[in-house]
Design a protein around this ligand. Structure first.
Ligand code: PBG
Length: 329
Protein backbone atom coordinates (compact mmCIF):
# COMPACT_ATOMS: atom_id res chain seq x y z
CA UNK A 1 0.00 0.00 0.00
CA UNK A 2 1.61 3.26 -1.16
CA UNK A 3 1.54 6.37 0.95
CA UNK A 4 0.14 9.48 -0.68
CA UNK A 5 3.50 11.14 -0.96
CA UNK A 6 3.62 13.71 -3.73
CA UNK A 7 7.14 14.78 -3.06
CA UNK A 8 9.64 11.98 -3.12
CA UNK A 9 13.22 13.27 -3.19
CA UNK A 10 14.41 9.74 -3.89
CA UNK A 11 12.96 9.91 -7.42
CA UNK A 12 15.97 11.95 -8.43
CA UNK A 13 18.30 9.34 -7.00
CA UNK A 14 16.91 6.24 -8.67
CA UNK A 15 18.82 6.25 -11.96
CA UNK A 16 22.56 6.79 -12.21
CA UNK A 17 22.15 8.92 -15.35
CA UNK A 18 19.75 11.26 -13.62
CA UNK A 19 21.90 11.35 -10.51
CA UNK A 20 24.78 12.57 -12.60
CA UNK A 21 22.59 15.05 -14.45
CA UNK A 22 21.32 16.76 -11.33
CA UNK A 23 24.65 16.74 -9.59
CA UNK A 24 25.34 20.14 -8.04
CA UNK A 25 29.11 19.99 -7.79
CA UNK A 26 31.35 18.93 -10.63
CA UNK A 27 35.06 18.77 -10.34
CA UNK A 28 37.53 18.86 -13.13
CA UNK A 29 41.23 18.37 -13.44
CA UNK A 30 42.07 21.87 -14.51
CA UNK A 31 41.45 23.28 -11.04
CA UNK A 32 43.80 20.92 -9.19
CA UNK A 33 47.15 22.08 -7.83
CA UNK A 34 49.88 19.75 -6.65
CA UNK A 35 52.25 20.89 -3.86
CA UNK A 36 55.79 19.71 -4.46
CA UNK A 37 58.90 19.70 -2.25
CA UNK A 38 62.20 20.53 -3.89
CA UNK A 39 65.46 19.78 -2.16
CA UNK A 40 68.93 21.09 -2.86
CA UNK A 41 71.35 18.42 -4.08
CA UNK A 42 71.23 15.84 -6.82
CA UNK A 43 69.79 12.40 -7.39
CA UNK A 44 67.22 12.91 -4.64
CA UNK A 45 63.84 11.19 -4.55
CA UNK A 46 63.34 10.80 -0.85
CA UNK A 47 60.05 9.61 0.57
CA UNK A 48 58.58 11.65 3.42
CA UNK A 49 58.00 9.25 6.31
CA UNK A 50 54.71 10.73 7.49
CA UNK A 51 53.41 11.21 3.93
CA UNK A 52 53.80 7.90 2.08
CA UNK A 53 53.84 8.48 -1.67
CA UNK A 54 55.17 12.03 -1.31
CA UNK A 55 58.80 12.83 -1.96
CA UNK A 56 61.45 15.46 -1.74
CA UNK A 57 62.87 15.90 -5.23
CA UNK A 58 66.13 17.38 -6.40
CA UNK A 59 65.97 19.53 -9.49
CA UNK A 60 67.62 16.87 -11.68
CA UNK A 61 64.90 14.34 -10.81
CA UNK A 62 61.76 16.46 -10.39
CA UNK A 63 60.93 15.88 -14.07
CA UNK A 64 59.84 12.34 -13.22
CA UNK A 65 57.04 13.77 -11.12
CA UNK A 66 56.22 16.70 -13.40
CA UNK A 67 55.83 14.29 -16.30
CA UNK A 68 53.42 12.05 -14.40
CA UNK A 69 51.38 15.02 -13.24
CA UNK A 70 51.21 16.39 -16.70
CA UNK A 71 50.15 13.04 -18.15
CA UNK A 72 47.46 12.70 -15.50
CA UNK A 73 46.07 16.08 -16.51
CA UNK A 74 47.14 18.15 -13.52
CA UNK A 75 47.85 21.63 -14.84
CA UNK A 76 49.54 23.35 -11.93
CA UNK A 77 52.11 22.82 -9.21
CA UNK A 78 52.96 24.75 -6.05
CA UNK A 79 56.70 24.73 -5.30
CA UNK A 80 58.22 24.56 -1.83
CA UNK A 81 61.97 24.77 -1.39
CA UNK A 82 64.11 22.92 1.12
CA UNK A 83 67.53 24.57 1.18
CA UNK A 84 70.71 22.97 2.55
CA UNK A 85 71.77 26.14 4.24
CA UNK A 86 69.55 28.07 6.64
CA UNK A 87 70.31 31.38 8.31
CA UNK A 88 68.74 34.13 10.39
CA UNK A 89 67.33 36.00 7.41
CA UNK A 90 66.45 33.02 5.24
CA UNK A 91 68.73 34.24 2.48
CA UNK A 92 68.23 31.04 0.48
CA UNK A 93 64.68 32.19 -0.20
CA UNK A 94 65.78 35.12 -2.35
CA UNK A 95 69.07 33.80 -3.75
CA UNK A 96 69.14 33.89 -7.51
CA UNK A 97 70.42 30.31 -7.47
CA UNK A 98 68.09 29.31 -4.60
CA UNK A 99 66.35 25.97 -4.76
CA UNK A 100 62.97 27.28 -5.93
CA UNK A 101 64.56 29.68 -8.43
CA UNK A 102 66.71 26.88 -9.91
CA UNK A 103 63.77 24.49 -10.04
CA UNK A 104 61.58 27.09 -11.74
CA UNK A 105 64.11 27.82 -14.46
CA UNK A 106 64.51 24.17 -15.34
CA UNK A 107 60.87 23.19 -14.96
CA UNK A 108 59.67 26.06 -17.13
CA UNK A 109 62.09 24.93 -19.81
CA UNK A 110 61.28 21.21 -19.63
CA UNK A 111 57.53 21.39 -18.88
CA UNK A 112 56.28 24.72 -20.21
CA UNK A 113 52.73 23.35 -20.34
CA UNK A 114 52.44 23.48 -16.53
CA UNK A 115 51.52 26.54 -14.46
CA UNK A 116 53.98 27.28 -11.67
CA UNK A 117 52.94 28.69 -8.32
CA UNK A 118 55.46 29.38 -5.59
CA UNK A 119 54.86 29.32 -1.87
CA UNK A 120 56.33 32.47 -0.41
CA UNK A 121 57.47 31.98 3.16
CA UNK A 122 60.64 32.05 5.16
CA UNK A 123 60.22 29.17 7.62
CA UNK A 124 61.97 26.62 5.41
CA UNK A 125 64.93 28.99 5.04
CA UNK A 126 65.43 30.46 8.49
CA UNK A 127 67.67 28.83 11.08
CA UNK A 128 64.99 29.44 13.73
CA UNK A 129 62.14 28.07 11.60
CA UNK A 130 59.87 31.09 12.01
CA UNK A 131 58.10 32.69 9.06
CA UNK A 132 59.93 36.01 9.25
CA UNK A 133 62.77 38.07 10.61
CA UNK A 134 63.17 37.85 14.36
CA UNK A 135 63.56 40.69 16.77
CA UNK A 136 64.59 38.86 19.94
CA UNK A 137 61.92 36.15 20.14
CA UNK A 138 59.23 37.84 18.08
CA UNK A 139 58.74 38.02 14.35
CA UNK A 140 59.17 41.64 13.28
CA UNK A 141 56.24 42.22 10.94
CA UNK A 142 57.41 45.28 9.01
CA UNK A 143 61.01 44.16 8.66
CA UNK A 144 59.74 40.83 7.32
CA UNK A 145 57.73 42.61 4.62
CA UNK A 146 60.93 43.90 3.01
CA UNK A 147 62.21 40.34 2.75
CA UNK A 148 58.94 38.93 1.47
CA UNK A 149 58.90 41.55 -1.27
CA UNK A 150 62.43 40.63 -2.23
CA UNK A 151 61.63 36.90 -2.33
CA UNK A 152 58.56 37.54 -4.48
CA UNK A 153 60.56 39.47 -7.05
CA UNK A 154 63.27 36.82 -7.07
CA UNK A 155 60.67 34.08 -7.67
CA UNK A 156 59.04 36.09 -10.45
CA UNK A 157 62.42 36.71 -12.08
CA UNK A 158 63.05 32.96 -12.07
CA UNK A 159 59.74 32.40 -13.86
CA UNK A 160 57.04 31.91 -11.23
CA UNK A 161 53.60 32.32 -12.81
CA UNK A 162 51.87 33.14 -9.51
CA UNK A 163 53.09 34.05 -6.03
CA UNK A 164 51.40 32.55 -2.97
CA UNK A 165 52.44 34.19 0.32
CA UNK A 166 51.86 31.93 3.34
CA UNK A 167 53.65 33.86 6.08
CA UNK A 168 50.61 35.66 7.59
CA UNK A 169 52.36 39.00 8.16
CA UNK A 170 50.11 42.09 8.15
CA UNK A 171 50.31 44.13 4.97
CA UNK A 172 52.19 41.53 2.98
CA UNK A 173 49.93 41.48 -0.04
CA UNK A 174 50.30 45.24 -0.52
CA UNK A 175 54.08 45.06 -0.02
CA UNK A 176 54.48 42.19 -2.47
CA UNK A 177 52.17 43.80 -5.06
CA UNK A 178 54.14 47.02 -4.93
CA UNK A 179 57.48 45.25 -5.29
CA UNK A 180 56.27 43.07 -8.16
CA UNK A 181 54.85 46.09 -9.98
CA UNK A 182 58.02 48.10 -9.52
CA UNK A 183 60.02 45.22 -10.96
CA UNK A 184 57.71 45.12 -13.98
CA UNK A 185 55.68 42.04 -12.99
CA UNK A 186 52.30 43.73 -13.12
CA UNK A 187 50.66 40.62 -14.53
CA UNK A 188 51.89 38.12 -11.94
CA UNK A 189 48.91 37.32 -9.69
CA UNK A 190 49.03 36.95 -5.92
CA UNK A 191 47.15 34.09 -4.31
CA UNK A 192 47.17 34.93 -0.64
CA UNK A 193 46.98 32.33 2.09
CA UNK A 194 44.45 34.72 3.63
CA UNK A 195 42.76 32.34 6.00
CA UNK A 196 45.62 30.35 7.42
CA UNK A 197 45.12 28.87 10.83
CA UNK A 198 47.73 27.89 13.40
CA UNK A 199 46.76 24.30 12.75
CA UNK A 200 48.11 20.97 13.96
CA UNK A 201 47.21 19.60 10.56
CA UNK A 202 50.55 20.95 9.25
CA UNK A 203 52.60 18.50 11.33
CA UNK A 204 53.76 16.22 8.50
CA UNK A 205 54.62 19.22 6.30
CA UNK A 206 57.06 20.45 8.89
CA UNK A 207 58.84 17.07 8.74
CA UNK A 208 58.78 17.22 4.97
CA UNK A 209 60.12 20.76 4.74
CA UNK A 210 62.21 20.61 7.90
CA UNK A 211 60.53 23.84 8.98
CA UNK A 212 59.29 23.33 12.54
CA UNK A 213 59.99 26.43 14.66
CA UNK A 214 63.05 25.96 16.88
CA UNK A 215 61.17 27.57 19.78
CA UNK A 216 57.59 28.56 20.44
CA UNK A 217 54.86 28.19 17.83
CA UNK A 218 53.24 30.21 15.07
CA UNK A 219 50.28 31.48 17.06
CA UNK A 220 51.51 35.07 17.02
CA UNK A 221 50.99 35.21 13.26
CA UNK A 222 48.77 32.34 12.12
CA UNK A 223 45.11 32.50 13.11
CA UNK A 224 43.44 31.04 16.17
CA UNK A 225 41.39 28.01 15.14
CA UNK A 226 38.49 29.19 17.29
CA UNK A 227 37.83 32.25 15.13
CA UNK A 228 35.74 32.88 12.05
CA UNK A 229 35.07 36.64 12.01
CA UNK A 230 38.80 37.14 12.04
CA UNK A 231 39.06 35.02 8.90
CA UNK A 232 36.63 37.28 7.11
CA UNK A 233 38.61 40.32 8.24
CA UNK A 234 41.82 38.82 6.82
CA UNK A 235 40.14 38.06 3.49
CA UNK A 236 38.73 41.55 3.11
CA UNK A 237 42.10 43.11 3.93
CA UNK A 238 43.92 40.91 1.44
CA UNK A 239 41.46 41.67 -1.33
CA UNK A 240 41.75 45.40 -0.58
CA UNK A 241 45.53 45.08 -0.71
CA UNK A 242 45.31 43.51 -4.14
CA UNK A 243 45.10 39.75 -3.69
CA UNK A 244 43.86 38.22 -6.95
CA UNK A 245 42.90 34.94 -5.32
CA UNK A 246 42.48 33.97 -1.68
CA UNK A 247 43.00 30.69 0.10
CA UNK A 248 41.52 28.84 3.04
CA UNK A 249 43.81 26.40 4.80
CA UNK A 250 43.39 23.67 6.02
CA UNK A 251 40.46 22.40 3.95
CA UNK A 252 38.90 19.30 5.47
CA UNK A 253 37.77 20.62 8.85
CA UNK A 254 37.32 24.17 7.57
CA UNK A 255 34.47 23.86 5.06
CA UNK A 256 32.49 26.51 6.95
CA UNK A 257 35.20 29.05 6.18
CA UNK A 258 35.48 28.03 2.54
CA UNK A 259 31.75 28.72 2.18
CA UNK A 260 31.82 32.03 4.06
CA UNK A 261 34.79 33.31 2.12
CA UNK A 262 33.21 32.20 -1.18
CA UNK A 263 30.06 34.15 -0.30
CA UNK A 264 31.92 37.21 0.94
CA UNK A 265 34.27 38.14 -1.87
CA UNK A 266 34.22 37.90 -5.63
CA UNK A 267 37.74 36.64 -6.20
CA UNK A 268 38.52 32.94 -6.76
CA UNK A 269 38.89 30.87 -3.60
CA UNK A 270 41.43 28.08 -3.20
CA UNK A 271 41.25 25.40 -0.51
CA UNK A 272 44.46 23.71 0.59
CA UNK A 273 44.08 20.15 1.78
CA UNK A 274 47.16 20.03 3.96
CA UNK A 275 49.73 17.43 4.92
CA UNK A 276 47.88 16.18 8.00
CA UNK A 277 44.76 15.51 5.97
CA UNK A 278 46.81 13.46 3.52
CA UNK A 279 48.67 11.63 6.29
CA UNK A 280 45.44 10.68 8.08
CA UNK A 281 43.86 9.24 4.96
CA UNK A 282 47.03 7.36 4.05
CA UNK A 283 47.49 5.92 7.54
CA UNK A 284 43.87 4.87 7.97
CA UNK A 285 43.83 3.33 4.51
CA UNK A 286 47.08 1.46 5.14
CA UNK A 287 45.52 0.04 8.32
CA UNK A 288 42.57 -1.14 6.26
CA UNK A 289 40.09 1.08 8.07
CA UNK A 290 39.00 3.19 5.11
CA UNK A 291 39.25 3.12 1.33
CA UNK A 292 41.82 5.62 0.19
CA UNK A 293 40.39 6.27 -3.24
CA UNK A 294 36.82 7.04 -2.26
CA UNK A 295 37.74 9.05 0.81
CA UNK A 296 40.27 11.20 -1.05
CA UNK A 297 37.68 11.83 -3.76
CA UNK A 298 34.95 12.62 -1.25
CA UNK A 299 37.17 15.08 0.62
CA UNK A 300 37.88 16.87 -2.68
CA UNK A 301 34.21 16.98 -3.70
CA UNK A 302 33.29 18.39 -0.31
CA UNK A 303 35.82 21.22 -0.60
CA UNK A 304 34.37 22.16 -3.99
CA UNK A 305 30.83 21.86 -2.66
CA UNK A 306 31.80 24.20 0.17
CA UNK A 307 32.77 26.73 -2.49
CA UNK A 308 36.38 26.14 -3.51
CA UNK A 309 37.28 27.05 -7.09
CA UNK A 310 40.77 25.61 -6.79
CA UNK A 311 41.86 22.57 -4.78
CA UNK A 312 45.44 22.17 -3.66
CA UNK A 313 46.11 18.57 -2.70
CA UNK A 314 48.84 15.96 -2.34
CA UNK A 315 46.29 13.63 -3.98
CA UNK A 316 46.09 15.85 -7.10
CA UNK A 317 47.57 13.23 -9.41
CA UNK A 318 45.31 10.47 -8.11
CA UNK A 319 42.26 12.74 -8.22
CA UNK A 320 43.03 13.65 -11.81
CA UNK A 321 43.19 9.96 -12.62
CA UNK A 322 39.89 9.22 -10.87
CA UNK A 323 38.26 12.07 -12.80
CA UNK A 324 39.70 10.79 -16.06
CA UNK A 325 38.37 7.30 -15.32
CA UNK A 326 34.95 8.73 -14.45
CA UNK A 327 35.11 7.54 -10.84
CA UNK A 328 34.47 11.05 -9.62
CA UNK A 329 33.58 14.25 -11.37
C1 PBG B 1 54.85 27.66 5.19
C2 PBG B 1 53.77 26.70 4.90
C3 PBG B 1 53.27 25.67 5.71
C4 PBG B 1 52.33 25.00 4.94
C5 PBG B 1 52.26 25.64 3.71
N1 PBG B 1 53.13 26.69 3.72
C6 PBG B 1 53.66 25.24 7.06
C7 PBG B 1 53.37 26.08 8.22
O1 PBG B 1 52.79 27.16 8.14
O2 PBG B 1 53.79 25.65 9.28
C8 PBG B 1 51.56 23.77 5.36
C9 PBG B 1 51.21 22.85 4.25
C10 PBG B 1 50.80 21.49 4.67
O3 PBG B 1 50.69 21.15 5.87
O4 PBG B 1 50.56 20.68 3.76
N2 PBG B 1 54.63 28.56 6.20
Amino acid sequence: MNMELIKRPRRLRMHPALRRMVRETRIDRTSLVYPMFLAEGSGIKEEIASMPGQYRWSVDRMGEQLLQLSEAGVCSVLFFGIPKHKDETGSGAYADDGIVQSALRQAKRDFPQLYYMTDLCMCEYTSHGHCGILCRTEVDNDKTLEYLARIAVSQAQAGADLIAPSDMMDGRVAAIRKALDQAGFVNIPIMSYSVKYASSFYGPFRDAADSAPAFGDRKAYQMDVHNRREALKEVVLDVEEGADLVMVKPAMAYGDLIREVRDLVNVPVAAYSVSGEYAMIKAAAAAGFIQEETIAAEAAVCAYRAGADIYISYFAKELAQYIKEGKVG
